[in-house]
Every structure is written in structure tokens, then in C-alpha cells.
Design a protein around this ligand. Structure first.
Ligand code: NI
Length: 398
């Protein structure tokens, strides 16, 4: 049997099913840690396919097992995330979110549907490959501490331990039919910064009696810009952005405190820890120098995501066989974050992008927007390619 052609045939054959799955997920989105109906739907589809699984992993997660010939010979894992975002969908489509204010605006509906399609293909072809495929349906990607971290803490990936983990994510930067990969460092670590600047409020006409936290906060924000411009090594990409500043006084009232919130992102663990220290010291000493005080809380988010170089090279080769080399693109470094990075700290991993853009029918919105949607032809690519990658990884080059 020509497995490559067979996988292509099956992904065409199952395309309507996979689109149906995706539209179901899209219409019934659930927020992080609340993916109960989503999990039940996945479990029901796996039951129909005759694939065994464990439920209730890290809350609502599911891990399926597809044994091929000689199941203990090698194990690999394929991952899809399950949660949606708190966004009110603006698309006028028949499969629009029926849960107003919650939306699959990051394509996790596509990831789940596509993985169900891959599972169906792998299960059907199980006499033609060796090893075991683990299916990871992971909850709560969008929210700290991240479902991946919880799954690892529960030891969900330990028995058996996969030799490689693949994840795919939709990407409006590429048209449907194309995929993208970047070897080595690909996505940034991301930490949340919460700063409270403390002063002494009072009448705005009597500054001599107050310690003005608004002015101190302004200096703190400007001083912190030096973390990137003067402390970060120029060859380590680093971002420090503040998206929220609350000083709730009046035109004539100076408040007692100001809250500042932001995000810190980079690609180096040692620098990440040092930067946290520098952020704390800078904010505290600037505030103290001006007669006020400052509390800094940094919530550790996801680490940076590293694609194993050997797996990335194999991905390029196998994806080129499946899609043609002209449809496999090199990706740029991204300052966005992904909790798949937790797997990449402990396993050899490969996280690639699935093109979903379509200029002709207006599927061009970015991730996390109220008008995000995909060219569903990407589902055929995603379904077949992941099955092909799994078989190639388990069997060696075909
Ligand atoms: Ni996502």
C-alpha cells in the first residue's frame, strides 16, 4: 500500500466529517478549565471510532491511545488544545458561537477536529505502522497556569512516555494548504507583571502634603524601558509592555496608589529570571527614591517554546513529501506564547503552523479577534499531514 496516497484519500473521504466536528466545536465553545461538553463530544467520537482513552486529565483533558503493530516499539504523541476565549463573535456564519461572549477565536476548534480526523485515519491504518500514538486533548491553553503544565504535573504523559510530541496551530499568516515551521526557539516565554505604586493621596492643589503615585508610576514605567534597552543582551529578543494603568483619582484628587499591569517576554531562562529581579529592583528603588513605595508581583507564565532541531528537519522533509516543498514555509520568531512550551521543556517536540488564510473569501482576521475564521480546506491538510507525520516518525522514512 502507498501509505501517503492512502492518507490523502482518507483525509478527502473524512473531510466532511471533520468540517462537521469543527463546526460543532465552533458553535459550542467553552472557556479554559470548563471544557466539559467539549470533552464529552471528543469522548463520544473516540467511542464511535473504537479508540480507547482516559478522561478527566487535568480537569477536562482526554488522552487517547492508538496501538499499531508492535505497540511498545515506539510511542509518539499528537496534541490539540480545547478551550475558547472570552470574545463576542461577530462572524455571520451558520456555525457562529451559540454561547455569546465565548468564541473559538484561536482555532482550537480546528485543532480538535483535525486531531479527531487524524485519529480516524491512524486507527484505520493501524495494521500498516508500528508503535503507539497518544492523542492529547488538552484543556486550558489560554489561561495560566496552562493545561499542559497540569497534564505534566499529573504524570499524564509518563506511561508510556512519548519519544516525540507534535502540535499544530492555525496561522492566518499563511494561506490554507501551506504549513510553517521554525527550528529551535520559536515562541517566547510570557510572564505577567503586576505593580502597585504607593503614595499618599490628597488634594491636588497641595502637592507639598502628598506623595504623588501618578508621577512616581510615570517614572517607574519609563525606568522599566531600560530593562529592554540597557539590560537585555541585544541578541536575546525581549519585550516589556504595559497594557493597563489605573490611578483612580480625580482632576483635583491625587489617589493613594496606582496599579500597572504588563507582560514580559523573552527567549532565555537565565535572562528571564535576572530580568524579573531587575524589574523588581528598578520599580521599588525608583518609587522609594521619590518618597513612595512599590509592590511588584510577577506571575510566571509559559516558558519559551523550542522546536527540536532534528524533529523540525524531519517535519520539513515529511511535510514536503505530503504537500510539496513549495507549501512548507520557514517561520519567523514570534513573541507570542503557547503552553505547548511546557512539553518542549521535557520532551522532543515539534510545533508547526497550519495556514488558514483565504484572501478571496475574506478569511484574513487575526487570532483572538471577534472576526477570526478559517478557510476550512485547511482541515484536510491538517488531518492528513498529522497522520502522515505520526506514521513517518514511528516507522522511519517510508
Ligand atoms: Ni491557540
Amino acid at each position: 500500500m502507498n501509505l501517503l496516497e492512502e492518507i490523502k484519500n482518507l483525509s478527502r473521504e473524512y473531510f466532511d466529517d471533520v468540517v462537521f466536528f469543527r463546526r460543532h466545536f465552533h458553535a459550542t465553545p467553552e472557556l479554559s478549565t470548563q471544557e466539559h461538553r467539549t470533552a464529552a463530544y471528543i469522548a463520544a467520537r473516540l467511542d464511535e471510532m473504537g479508540i480507547s482513552y482516559e478522561e478527566g486529565i487535568a480537569g477536562t483533558g482526554i488522552i487517547g491511545h492508538i496501538p499499531g503493530k508492535n505497540p511498545a516499539s515506539k510511542v509518539i504523541a499528537l496534541r490539540a488544545d480545547m478551550d475558547a476565549l472570552p470574545i463576542l463573535e461577530q462572524n455571520k456564519v451558520e456555525y457562529k458561537s451559540a454561547n455569546p461572549g465565548v468564541m473559538h477565536a484561536c482555532g482550537h476548534d480546528v485543532h480538535m477536529a483535525s486531531l479527531l480526523g487524524s485519529a480516524k485515519i491512524l486507527h484505520q491504518l493501524r495494521d500498516h505502522w508500528s508503535g503507539t500514538v497518544k492523542l492529547i486533548f488538552q484543556p486550558s491553553e489560554e489561561k495560566n497556569p496552562g493545561g499542559a503544565r497540569m497534564m505534566l504535573q499529573e504524570g499524564a504523559l509518563d506511561h508510556p512516555r512519548p519519544a516525540a510530541i507534535f502540535g499544530q496551530h492555525v496561522f492566518p499568516g499563511l494561506p490554507a494548504g501551506k504549513v510553517g515551521i521554525r527550528s529551535g526557539s520559536y515562541m517566547a516565554s510570557a510572564d505577567e507583571i503586576y505593580i502597585t505604586v504607593k503614595g499618599t493621596g490628597g488634594h491636588a492643589a497641595k502637592p507639598e502634603l502628598n506623595v504623588d503615585p501618578i508621577v512616581i508610576a510615570s517614572h517607574v514605567i519609563l525606568a522599566l524601558q531600560q530593562i529592554v534597552s540597557r539590560n537585555a543582551a541585544p541578541y536575546i529578543p525581549t519585550v516589556l509592555s504595559f497594557g493597563r494603568i489605573i490611578g483612580d483619582g480625580q482632576t483635583n484628587v491625587i489617589p493613594d496608589e496606582v496599579k500597572i499591569e504588563g507582560t514580559f517576554r523573552t527567549f532565555d531562562e537565565e535572562w528571564r529570571q535576572r530580568a524579573h529581579r531587575r524589574i523588581r529592583e528598578t520599580a521599588v528603588f525608583v518609587a522609594q527614591g521619590m518618597g513612595g513605595g512599590c509592590e511588584v508581583f510577577i506571575s510566571d507564565g509559559y516558558p519559551y517554546l523550542h522546536n527540536n532541531e532534528e524533529l523540525a528537519a524531519k517535519f520539513r522533509r515529511h511535510a514536503s513529501q505530503y504537500l510539496g516543498a513549495e507549501n512548507v514555509e520557514e517561520l519567523e520568531l514570534s513573541m507570542t506564547a503557547e503552553d505547548f512550551a511546557f512539553y518542549s521543556r521535557k520532551f522532543d517536540t515539534c510545533f508547526y503552523r497550519l495556514g488558514v488564510r483565504n484572501l478571496e473569501n475574506g478569511k484574513t482576521s487575526n487570532l483572538h479577534t471577534s472576526t477570526f475564521d478559517v478557510d476550512e480546506r485547511a482541515l484536510e491538510t491538517g488531518t492528513g499531514l498529522m497522520a502522515w507525520l505520526a506514521i513517518c516518525e514511528l516507522t522511519g522514512d517510508l
